[in-house]
Design a binder for this molecule. Structure first.
Ligand SMILES: [Zn+2]
Length: 413
């Protein structure tokens, strides 16, 4: 369907985007169908959009099972292994076995180009910037592609790997970094560490922060907390090891745009985002279930982007949803209230099932050591419509991570 309002002269229409997607899909499929054992059977006979919509959905457990049956890389390989130049893996944060992912030089070029063109483009990052990556560069793909994208842009790229949080704060300031990349939770953690050591990050040269791994930079209270701590403007980025870089914060900062010139996106009836990448042909994914719950709109956006927009960013993982008194909630809804209390430094949603009842407790740490929970509990009840009991624990009790923070802890009794 064509949208009611025409996008700007330089933006492709929905029909033009669809034609571009199909042209890329057809071109890539030629190789994939000839040599990729994983996809050969599944994709047989795809020629147009109608065929495409009849293809089965693919899920992470299928990919894990394929790698387990055909170690170490599985059968989703379009080329002989010696054609690939990079190996990464998923973080394993959901408790799964990490999934390995190979990229060819062309596939990696695709990743870094999308970062440079879209993610950094929307955030206004240029070759004049000094970009600091507060991240340990291990096998998890994390910010590797972001690093490559900034390098491609001609920015000065500074790795913050193998450093303590204090060293990262000092490095960032000493080197005059203007852009910070890390998870939203870790940005707040770094700001806390800076405060503890008497360093003022809000007076530093950081003017832009870009976040991934968690939905925080699209959660109003979390974004406000990060922006206040750094006196910076914060942007969100969505992506997955297995798929690539799927979205970026709208430059009008109103949700996340999905990069439809490089992916085909669909939304299932239950709101799950389904994605097909159109440029990572060495190890491609067709109709992949992302596990992310979204609400999308085609309404024209103030920023002029022709791309589909995820309203309010990704709400959360389907796996992270929990239920209190019959009300389904995502951690991001809780986070939006909790982050309005700057003295709360860490939190976890503890979910227990007792006598067939869901019992949920918000466990939190406060920078002051003590914290009166009445106001937070009242705000949570008002915003969510259910009562969440809060429990304060001593500082240092909850795990701290620079990777994706795990906000829901399931406790079986
Ligand atoms: Zn926009």
């Amino acid at each position: 369907m064509r949208s009611e309002t025409e996008p700007s002269a330089t933006s492709p229409s929905v029909d033009e985007l669809r034609a571009l997607q199909l042209a890329k899909l057809r071109a890539g499929l030629t190789h994939v169908l000839a040599t990729n054992a994983f996809w050969r059977d599944r994709l047989h006979g795809v020629s147009g959009w109608d065929d495409f919509e009849r293809l089965p959905l693919t899920s992470k457990p299928e990919l894990l099972a394929d790698q387990a049956a055909h170690p170490p890389f599985g059968t989703n390989l379009t080329f002989p292994v010696d054609r690939y130049t990079r190996l990464h893996q998923t973080s394993g944060s959901s408790g799964d076995q990490p999934l390995r992912w190979l990229d060819t030089a062309d596939s990696w070029e695709w990743w870094t180009r999308i970062w440079a063109e879209h993610v950094y483009g929307a955030a206004g990052v240029t070759d004049a910037d000094r970009v600091f990556f507060a991240f340990s560069f291990g096998p998890f793909i994390g910010f590797w592609s972001a690093f490559g994208g900034a390098e491609r842009l001609g920015a000065l790229c500074i790795s913050g790997g193998a450093m303590t949080s204090e060293q990262r704060v000092r490095n960032m300031l000493d080197l005059g970094a203007t852009v910070l990349l890390c998870t939203p939770t870790y940005a707040l953690r770094l700001a806390d560490v800076a405060r503890e050591i008497g360093v003022n990050v809000s007076a530093a040269s950081i003017r832009t922060t870009i976040h991934a791994g968690e939905p925080g930079a699209s959660i109003p209270a979390t974004r406000a907390a990060i922006e206040a701590a750094y006196s910076a403007v914060s942007f969100d980025h969505t992506g997955m090891t297995e798929l690539g870089p799927t979205g970026y914060s709208c430059s009008a900062r109103d949700g996340v745009h999905l990069i439809e010139s490089e992916f085909i996106f669909e939304v299932a009836d239950d709101g799950e985002l389904i994605a097909t990448n159109l440029g990572r042909w060495g190890m491609p994914l067709f109709r992949y279930r992302t596990g992310d719950r979204v609400e999308v709109t085609r309404e024209p956006c103030a920023c002029g982007s022709p791309f589909l927009k995820v309203v309010g960013g990704i709400r959360g993982r389907v796996d992270d949803m929990f239920t209190v008194r019959g009300v389904n909630l995502y951690p991001s809804q809780v986070e939006d209230i909790v982050r309005r209390f700057p003295e709360v430094t860490e939190f976890v949603i503890e979910h227990r099932r007792e006598r067939r009842m869901d019992e949920v407790t918000l466990v939190l740490e406060s920078s002051r050591g003590s914290f009166a929970t009445e106001r937070l509990e009242a705000d949570l009840r008002q915003a969510l419509g259910v009562r969440l009991e809060c429990r304060v624990v001593a500082p240092g009790t909850l795990p701290k991570t620079e990777f994706k923070a795990s906000r829901v802890r399931r406790v079986s009794t």
